[in-house]
Design a protein around this ligand. Structure first.
Ligand SMILES: Cc1cc2nc3c(=O)[nH]c(=O)nc-3n(C[C@H](O)[C@H](O)[C@H](O)COP(=O)(O)OP(=O)(O)OC[C@H]3O[C@@H](n4cnc5c(N)ncnc54)[C@H](O)[C@@H]3O)c2cc1C
Length: 803
């Protein structure tokens, strides 16, 4: 084994092999993969090898498309067959809700260039004769589905990488990783050491153990997974290969395997494997079968596909593979660990392995993944994802693999975990809570206890009128919202202002003022949107998205000077309440001595104030479009603040509102938000944030790309639409049509109670941004007329929040 390499990839499963290949493809030749045993010796070797393009996140779906196309390339380069069988696939729906889900999946596929087709049960039975039609209501056909040979794919990646200059060392275990002061690593193995500039943890089933070598507790857990292979079936003799099939209600996937069928299930009573440590002596082993555990699914499967039940079971495979709490991979660099990368938690290696390898290699070589990989970014998790949290969420996710997740559905596992001091007070107000990074936050308020539960639906739910009442209170009187789940940073030091000016695209505000600003990457794309509040010359309070806290900190690390600035995340110790509505000033004025009139405390002001006896920061900002204030306090004061506001608020008819009302109110104002309107695939001018980019500043990250975007106009435009919706509003990812063609996609949607209309935000090509008519938005399979708005549907001049 050589003693030095630019990169050491730990692990030779399908993911490590793909990362290695993509590194050579991106031009890094001095790369070494170290494998404990033989290639595929983790979960890869016994995988069922199924692959498909459909994914809940469109950006992940694109990377799945890439993976499937890649097999041709690595077969060509390596001469190694991947055993690709593109059989096509059908997804079967057994309930009306699932039929709606299929309609939406098909609609989303339109702008991803996927050729999905909704078909009748009769057509489905023609394509997949083993099914018993009586259990189903509809189906969807996808021509790009099938299966591969896991061994062949891994070796094709590996050989292609070796042809590109990579080395692979087998039968060698990485036992420790030691950082050097310059950011490089000593990779300690049982066969000698390697000095590497970068290390990639692609250790699959042992990703946790390799993470622990560097002090990381990665949120991954292996689950046992079983599939069976039947004996040869006469029904298959002389026929074309059966296609891949997913039976959602049966929670079953099924495909042909030689002369029989392979049937697997994600059972409700899923069992984790090696909950805290993975034994090093586990190799190409299988776990004991437990057909009892999957009996309920098999019973359904045999009823839905009777010939399969009659064929008899020839073989059962029970093997472990890893999941992150949300089922998506964990990739990227890790905050605080220089040149340490992860590519693990990949539960669908044969659909996602190529995309994971591509993005990670780009990230390492170019400093940017080259695609929107937020859904897979390891930085989406933080300290709350302990071993036990991960265990609860992974079990839940596994058991729901084939379940519908409705847009208003909150999942129960690992809750409540993180609560603010006013949690019980909000409970007493019949708050219906949502889970956000483990935090409980109110979504809406029911009038009475028993009603305080969401009836899950694709359509407007039981919460609709109550959300409407909350919006009305904000519009006509005053509402109060808990805003503790925002991300917050305390930034101080003599170099704080100049550093912020370099990292953020807008100018840094004066003392006592607030500025909204996008944060751009080197390519000038949006990687954050912040509110910068200036407390004093050298002290700032930054508000952003809590889910992206680790992502931001990792980004900040790149540019923080060694001295002169400290950045302290303070989301947990600084909590808040916001009041909004025309009466909000009068209410707050009863509690503070400061003059809140617009002349004394205008829009975008920020000041330390005593609210009653509570020391607070008060900012006059608005995400609702109404006059409003954000009040930030340390956690110990939140109950007192709540009590003060609720008591004083009685006179003004104060009403609590939740995240659902806020969403409706911000959408009516055309205000975007991170991960919906603002993502690294959009530029600031495309997203309508150009006015917050201060090109007069000589030096900020992304400036030259932003200048180019402004000059060229960008490719897309974020538009606001009023939609002729009936009982279901857009929610995001619906296609936008223009003159009969799919031209864009929705990023957010909601019913706008002030506007009395259904509203959607979405991107279309710039050339269509001024089109007066011809737009439609497809909601649950129906194309609804959408009217482009020239300004926000509510108060386009923004006078309400300014006066
Ligand atoms: C029963 C079953 C059915 C499945 N069906 C499908 C399917 O149909 N479609 C699909 O896409 N996916 C399927 N999967 C999932 C798929 O197997 C995984 O997504 C994939 O194998 C993950 O690959 P990996 O490279 O991340 O991990 P692994 O395959 O676990 O590879 C990790 C490798 O790292 C090595 N390693 C670990 N630690 C060290 C160390 N310290 N030093 C050196 N080497 C080390 C290990 O020996 C191992 O070879 C299935 C899994 C199972 C168990």
């Amino acid at each position: 084994m050589k003693s030095h390499a630019k990169v050491v990839v730990v692990g030779g499963g399908v993911v490590g092999a793909s990362v290695l290949y993509h590194l050579t493809k991106a031009g890094w030749k001095d790369v070494l993969l170290i494998e404990r045993a033989e290639l595929t010796s983790g979960s890869t070797w016994h995988a069922a090898g199924g692959m498909h393009t459909v994914n809940g996140d469109p950006n992940v779906a694109k990377l799945q498309q890439y993976t499937i196309k890649l097999y041709e390339e690595i077969e060509r380069i390596s001469g190694q067959s991947c055993g690709v069988h593109i059989t096509g696939g059908i997804m079967l729906a057994g309930t009306p809700e699932r039929v709606d889900w299929l309609k939406m999946a098909k609609a989303r596929g339109r702008y991803l260039g996927m050729d999905l087709e909704l078909i009748s049960v009769d057509e489905a039975a023609r394509l997949f004769p083993l099914m018993d039609k009586k259990h189903f209501l509809g189906a969807m056909y996808d021509p790009i589905e099938g299966h591969v040979d896991p061994y062949g794919v891994t070796h094709a990646y590996a050989k292609s990488a070796q042809i590109g200059g990579a080395e692979i060392v087998r039968q060698t275990r990485v036992t420790d990783l030691k950082p050097r002061p310059d950011g490089s690593w000593d990779v300690i193995t049982d066969h000698g050491n390697v000095h590497a500039e970068h290390v990639v943890n692609a250790a699959g089933l042992w990703a946790r153990e390799v993470g622990r070598m560097v002090g990381l507790e990665l949120p991954v857990l292996a689950m046992e997974h079983q599939y069976l292979i039947t004996g040869d079936m006469p029904e298959l003799v002389g026929k074309k290969e059966q296609m891949h099939c997913i039976d959602f209600e049966g929670e079953i996937y099924i495909r042909q395997e030689r002369g029989g069928m392979l049937m697997g299930t994600y059972e409700r009573a899923g069992v984790p494997w090696s909950e805290s440590t993975t034994p090093w002596d586990f190799g190409q082993d299988l776990l004991p079968n437990d057909l009892e555990r999957i009996a309920p699914s098999l019973e359904l499967g045999f009823a839905h596909f009777p010939a399969v039940g009659d064929a008899g079971i020839k073989k059962v495979v029970n093997g472990p593979f890893t999941f992150a709490p949300d089922g998506n991979p964990l990739i990227g660099p890790v905050k605080g660990l220089k040149n340490f990368w992860v590519a693990c938690g990949v539960m669908a290696g044969f659909s996602q392995g190529g995309g994971v390898g591509l993005s990670l290699a780009h990230w390492m070589v170019d400093g940017d993944p080259g695609a929107d990989v937020w859904a897979m970014d390891v930085a989406r998790y933080g300290d709350w994802t302990t071993l036990a949290y991960t265990n609860a969420k992974v079990r839940e996710n596994y058991s729901r693999r084939f379940s519908i997740r409705f847009p208003n559905e909150e999942l129960p596992a690992a809750r409540p975990l993180r609560t603010t001091p006013i949690y019980e007070k909000l409970q007493a107000e019949h708050a219906v809570f949502g889970d956000y990074c483990g935090f409980e936050h109110p979504l809406w308020f029911a009038p009475t206890g028993p009603e305080a539960v969401d009836e899950v639906s694709w359509r407007r739910s039981n919460a609709h009128p109550h959300i409407g009442a909350e919006c009305a209170a904000v519009h006509r009187g005053v509402g109060m919202l808990e805003i503790s789940n925002y991300g917050k940073f305390d930034i101080r030091g003599p170099a704080a202002a100049s550093w912020l000016s370099h990292v953020m695209a807008n100018r840094v505000p004066n003392v006592g003022r607030i500025a909204l600003t996008p944060m751009l990457n080197d390519r000038g794309k949006l990687i954050g949107d912040f509110t910068i509040c200036r407390v004093s010359t050298e002290h700032f309070f930054l508000v952003g998205t809590y889910a992206a806290e680790q992502f931001y900190l990792r980004w900040f690390e790149r540019s923080l000077p060694p001295t002169g600035v400290t950045v302290r995340p303070c989301a947990v110790d600084t909590v808040g309440l916001s009041i909004a509505g025309p009466q909000s000033r009068a209410l707050l004025q009863t509690l503070v001595r400061d003059d809140l009139s617009t002349s004394a405390f205008p829009f975008m002001s920020f000041r330390r104030m005593s609210v009653g006896m509570v020391p607070a920061y008060v900012g006059r900002v608005s995400f609702t479009g109404e006059l409003g204030y954000e009040i930030w306090v340390t956690t110990d004061y939140q109950r007192a603040l709540y009590d003060l506001l609720t008591k004083a608020g009685r006179e003004f008819g104060l009403k609590s509102f939740g995240g659902r009302a806020l969403n409706s109110l911000r959408i009516e104002k055309g205000f975007g938000t991170w991960a919906r309107e603002y993502r690294p695939i959009y530029g600031p001018y495309e997203a309508g944030l150009g006015r917050f980019v201060d090109l007069k500043k000589e030096d900020f990250i992304g400036r030259s790309a932003a200048l180019d975007e402004k000059g060229g106009g960008g490719k897309l435009r974020l538009l606001t639409f009023k939609v002729d919706a009936v009982d279901a509003d857009a929610m995001g990812d619906e296609p936008i049509w223009h003159d009969g063609k799919t031209v864009g996609w929705v990023t957010s949607g909601a019913y706008g109670f002030r506007a009395g209309a259904s509203i959607a935000l979405g991107y279309v090509p710039r050339e269509l941004a001024d089109a007066d008519s011809g737009f439609e938005i497809e909601i649950i399979g129906e194309r609804r007329r959408a009217v482009r708005q020239t300004g926000a549907p509510i108060d386009p001049q923004g006078l309400l929040m300014r006066t």
